[in-house]
Design a protein around this ligand. Structure first.
Ligand SMILES: [Zn+2]
Ligand SMILES: [Zn+2]
Length: 313
């Protein structure tokens, strides 16, 4: 229950996490599993999850959760940190690399200029054809999973989630994919597991475990985990903690968190000095991920979307 003085904050804390990879919605529509049954499989899953959590908690015991996010994964082509918006990153099922849309777009345009049909443009990293049938795509993912590439498990989880590309829908399999990805060191997988505890899908609803998973993810540098923790603490009236999580995410370049802090400043929840410092760090992080190719790709994408829109009207 929020205190009255925090009403302004709850009005403004409105996260828009548009990633297709995540089930981050703060107010999830998922129903708590009424079909939840204790089975060996569930018990086994829960034991594996408890083990995963305690190992990660030991690993991150000395990390300050509010420390700035230091490491950022780079695009293997341009060597610039990857964009924050996951829609601007392409996972290549051919080689398992995550490539920024600036490089993907530039490479595709060069291929087409050199006479390749649009459907046959090649991966900027390994030169294999990008667009393949669903069957080959799944075959490629399975090959990467055998090589223990963490993000290939996240990709496969997305197929299990929606039951696409010839994969049967299964929430249990989604969770298993996240567990494996987390075991292999994928930071965001911890946050996704947190959503499962939050929503009570497959495993029982357990808010304290959801928070513990989010905290581990946040300590490992996961921006969405900081945003979720900010939402949780904001709703529970822990405004200072909420602001601190928003600051970490904003300093790493997250636009939603920066917008929320601007509104928090208007509501006198943070000082001008705090806002200014955060804004500088936010701009520095965004300058770090800027490139001409990414700007060009953004313009090309906007043109493409506009053409699609006109075509469909
Ligand atoms: Zn790049
Ligand atoms: Zn490739």
């Amino acid at each position: 229950m929020l205190l009255k003085k925090n009403e302004g904050l709850t009005r403004h804390i409105d996260f828009k996490i548009n990633s297709p990879n995540f089930i981050f919605a703060l107010h999830s529509n998922h129903t708590v599993a009424s079909h939840y049954q204790i089975s060996m499989t569930t018990l086994e899953l829960e034991a594996r999850l408890d083990n995963l959590l305690s190992t990660a908690q030991i690993e991150t015991a000395d990390i300050n959760i509010f420390a700035p996010i230091a490491e950022r994964e780079e695009c293997p082509i341009c060597l610039i940190p990857l964009p924050i918006n996951v829609k601007e990153i392409t996972f290549m099922s051919c080689c398992g690399k995550r490539i920024c849309f600036g490089c993907t777009c530039k490479h595709a345009v060069t291929d087409v200029k050199n006479g390749a049909p649009l459907d046959e443009h090649k991966c900027a990293f390994c030169q294999q054809i990008v667009k393949v049938t669903a069957k080959i795509h799944i075959k490629r993912l399975k090959k990467l999973m055998k090589k223990n590439i963490p993000k290939s498990f996240i990709q496969m989880a997305n197929r299990y989630k929606t039951g696409t590309d010839g994969v049967l829908q299964s929430d249990t399999r989604v969770l298993e994919m996240y567990i494996r990805a987390a075991e292999l060191g994928d930071t965001e997988a911890y946050c996704m597991i947190g959503s499962y505890y939050h929503d009570g899908v497959v495993i029982g609803h357990d808010m304290s475990k959801a928070l513990e998973y989010d905290e581990v993810a946040a300590k490992k540098g996961c921006i969405p985990a900081h945003k979720r923790l900010a939402g949780f603490h904001g709703r529970n009236g822990n405004i200072r903690v909420c602001m601190k999580h928003l600051k970490v995410a904003a300093c790493a370049g997250d636009q939603d968190s920066m917008d929320n802090l601007m509104n928090a400043y208007k509501d006198k929840l943070i000082s001008k000095e705090e806002l200014t410092q955060t804004l500088h760090a936010f701009q520095a992080s965004n300058n770090e991920i800027k490139s001409e190719d990414r700007d060009d790709a953004r313009v090309a994408k906007a043109r493409f979307d506009e053409a699609e829109q006109t075509g469909s009207n």
